[in-house]
Every structure is written in C-alpha cells, then in structure tokens.
Ligand binder design. Structure first.
Ligand SMILES: C[S@@+](CC[C@H](N)C(=O)[O-])C[C@H]1O[C@@H](n2cnc3c(N)ncnc32)[C@H](O)[C@@H]1O
Length: 226
C-alpha cells in the first residue's frame, strides 16, 4: 500500500476533527485532510489545491511549537491526527513527536513517514540520494526504550514506510501504534521480531483500525495502575 493510500484510509476511518502536518512540500498528503488542518513547512511549494480550512505556515516545526499558543489555529482544540514528515533526522522527529504529543490527547494518532529506508545510502544522515529517509527509522527504538507505555504497530507502506501512533497525551497515560519500516540493515528481521508492546502488520496487508483497540488497552492498564 502506498503511504498516501494509508493516510487516506486513516482520514476516512478516524474522521479526526483536526489534522496537523509537519513537512508539506507539494501538498499531496495535506490534500487528504477532510477537517480543519494546519500544515507547517519552511519551504513548501504547493502543486495541489487545498481546502479553505487548511492553514499554511511557512516556518519550521520548532518555530511553530515555540509559539505561545500552537493550537490557536485549531481554536484551542488538541491535535487529533498528525503526520510527521519534516526534517528527516531522528532528533528532529523525536522533538516533533514530543511537541505534537504535548498538544494532543490520549486518543490522538500520529503518523511518522520514512521509517523504512531501502538502503544505507537512503538512510544516511547527510543526504546523498534523491529519495531520502535519513535516520528516522531510529525513532521507534527511542520510543520503545523511553516510552514503554506506548503500543507500537508496524505497517509496510510504499515507498519508504510510514508510522502512526495513537493515544498520546500531555496529562495522562498514552499508547502508541507505530506503522513503520525497520532499519536498513535488518528490515525483514525487525518485522518479525518486534519488541514487546509492538506488533507487526504483514507487509501489504490492509490496515485495520488497530489504533482504537491499542489505545483502549493501554489506557485501561495505566488507569488501573493508578
Ligand atoms: C518529504 S517532504 C514532505 C512531503 C509531504 N508530506 C507529502 O507526503 O506529500 C519533507 C518536507 O519537510 C520540509 N521540512 C524540512 N525541515 C523541516 C522542519 N524543520 N520543519 C518543517 N518542515 C520541514 C521540507 O521543506 C520538505 O518540503
């Protein structure tokens, strides 16, 4: 499944009330939104028409989240669905995730793109190829290590993988579902040896609404643990 089809399916099934996209470029993924949306990119160049309720911000995600009220564009409402596809370096993506999470709620869904590089060259931190994932693939390891409360799911999308997680919050327990590609050196192995609390979805399978069930389980667990 192509990542745009995956995103479109999420928009359809989740019907989120708000959508935040980091990294717009030509607007292909942002155009899938069916709700009030904010797109952030310091160098976007639209090739598609967008809805009237899409706000475009020509700035970096760090600048956006430095605002006094990043949620002003959503009328103060939390981000329900986010797509992180900006700077393809792990530390940027982890920071984007943390910032999104601060402005989301436990049931929110976040999709990461480019988690499955197809070659070492594509995964290099210094860009060497036309298509570039950078080392975004490291982010799931970071989450698995530092956020064991997150439930991760991996889904194989074309061309370089995407990742979604649901259920983050700034005030309560959260879960995460991650649909990702694995590291360039162990992509096939990683799919079948997912870490505890991560489950994998077979390649090319049709995504099912895992995010709802995953977040519900995790929340119940956290709630009972006090
Ligand atoms: C892969 S493209 C996005 C593609 C788009 N999401 C899509 O699927 O159609 C990555 C974009 O991230 C933008 N970008 C780079 N650094 C960024 C940052 N720090 N914050 C936000 N966007 C950034 C680039 O300008 C580029 O347009």
């Amino acid at each position: 499944m192509h990542y745009l089809d995956f995103l479109a399916a999420l928009h359809e099934r989740l019907a989120p009330p708000s959508y935040l996209e980091i990294g717009i470029r030509h607007g292909d993924s942002l155009a899938l939104a069916r709700c009030p949306a904010v797109g952030i990119d310091p160098a976007f160049e639209l090739h598609v028409e967008l809805r009237d309720d899409v706000a475009l911000l020509r700035e970096t995600s760090d600048e956006y989240f430095d605002r006094d009220d990043p949620l002003a564009a959503f009328g103060g409402e939390p981000v329900a669905f986010a797509f992180i596809d900006g700077m393809h370096l792990a530390e940027f993506v982890v920071r984007d995730f943390a910032n999104v999470e601060r402005n989301a709620e436990w049931s929110s869904v976040v999709v990461f793109d480019d988690i499955l590089p197809r070659s070492l060259e594509e995964a290099a931190r210094d860009r060497r190829s036309r298509t570039w994932t950078g080392d975004v693939y490291k982010v799931l390891d970071v989450l698995a290590r530092h956020r064991p409360d997150l439930t991760c799911l991996r889904v194989d999308t074309e061309p370089t993988g995407s990742a979604s997680r649901s259920g983050s919050t700034r005030c309560r327990a959260s879960s995460a579902s991650a649909t990702t590609r694995s590291s360039p050196t162990s992509s096939r192995r990683t799919r079948s040896t997912c870490r505890p609390k991560c489950s994998s979805v077979p390649a090319r399978s049709t995504p099912r609404p895992f995010w709802t069930r995953a977040s519900g389980r995790c929340c119940a667990r956290r709630a009972s643990a006090g």
